[in-house]
Design a protein around this ligand. Structure first.
Ligand code: 2NL
Length: 339
């Protein structure tokens, strides 16, 4: 019996030496220590031994049991630490390796123009305002002195959601909201998307971007409007840019004007961008109509203001030499990465 036990001790010791993974180790545990294991079966057979031998053999077997258990536990620790070591080795990061090239996108040309215009007006002390693109006819038209029979309100020209909720056709409703909520002096620009029921072609889109500006204070005059816009176009399009004003009509301004700038591609000589004219039509503007001020809770006897608005796509197209508006919305990286 003792020999048998000694054999088990030897074989367990040898087998343990060869073991390299947790599964093998678990198998060994079962083989020696399990319910049907070799040591358990000896313990079960103790009954057949003499009363004198039984406790001796029993205690030897128990000792061996403890010994094997300890060895297996120790082996388990070693294997686990080997596994961890190998894992750390394999997953080591070489921080000195050159990085993979991450493809960087570029700022969309429309966003570039908006950012540039914002920067110029922030420099002149303006704030940026924004508001909802889904608007009421009240803010989009009524507050802006645009009567019910005005063609801009036609179902053909404006996207109606209900009879009095629309997609804004300009960013001026933002300005009307600011005038209602803020006391003059007001100096803001409002960039954003606007919507008109146009069919998409090289020069029209049902959604485009506009930047409008508004100044309301005491003693604001037409000369302030002209000076501000002159500063703006020189900063945005080049210091040699000239600006000219032509009389126009908008329901929300009186008097109203349209402004052209000398072509910033050819300098006024005439080219493809200005269609040989030397001038490019750029924006609409005027002195805020007294009715608009009144509608928004500002006394036109005390305050006056000027406002202007222009399309961002137009400027982007002229500045970057883009001939088809649709390219700006197609999200083709081959196009976008040029700017
Ligand atoms: C254009 C140019 C313009 C305004 C927008 C405006 C806003 C308020 C009051 C008065 Cl709150 N005016 N904005 C003024 C003149 C022109 O946009 O071509 N629009 C059709």
């Amino acid at each position: 019996m003792k020999e048998k036990i000694e054999e088990i001790r030897k074989s367990a010791k040898e087998k343990l030496k060869e073991i390299t993974d947790m599964q093998e180790l678990q198998a060994l545990r079962v083989k020696y220590l399990g319910k049907k294991g070799e040591l358990t079966s000896i313990l079960k057979g103790l009954g057949a031994l003499s009363a004198e031998e039984r406790p001796k053999i029993g205690s030897i077997v128990n000792e061996l049991r403890d010994e094997i258990e300890k060895s297996i536990d120790a082996a388990e620790k070693t294997i686990k630490s080997e596994i961890l070591k190998a894992k750390l080795e394999n997953e080591k990061i070489d921080v000195t390796m050159p990085s993979k090239n991450i493809a960087l996108g570029s700022v969309h040309p429309i966003t570039q123009i908006i950012d540039e215009v914002k920067e110029i007006f922030l420099g002149m002390g303006y704030s940026i305002a924004d508001g909802p693109e889904v608007e009421t006819t009240h803010y989009n038209f009524d507050q802006l002195n645009t009567p019910s029979d005005h063609p801009a309100r036609d179902l053909q020209d404006t996207f109606y959601i209900t009879e009095d909720i629309i997609l804004r056709t300009q960013t001026s409703p933002v300005q009307a909201r600011v005038m209602e909520n803020q006391k003059p002096p007001i100096k803001i620009i409002c960039p954003g998307a606007v919507y008109r029921s146009d069919t998409l072609d090289a020069t029209h889109s049902p959604v485009f971007h506009q930047i409008e500006g508004l100044v309301v204070d005491k003693n604001i005059r037409m000369s302030d409007l002209k000076g501000t816009l002159e500063m703006f176009v020189k900063n945005c399009l080049g210091q040699n840019t000239k600006i000219r004003f032509r009389p126009h009509h908008f329901p929300f301004t009186e008097p109203s004007a349209e402004a052209d700038v000398s072509c910033f591609v050819c300098g006024g000589k005439g080219c493809r961008v200005c269609k040989g004219e030397g001038w490019i039509e750029l924006l609409g503007c005027g002195m805020v109509h007294p009715n608009v001020l009144k509608n928004c809770g500002i006394d036109p006897e005390e305050y006056s203001g000027f406002a202007f608005g222009f399309g961002v796509e137009r400027i982007a197209m002229a500045k970057f030499g883009i001939e088809d508006l649709r390219l700006l919305y197609e999200n083709d990286i081959r196009f976008l990465k040029q700017f």
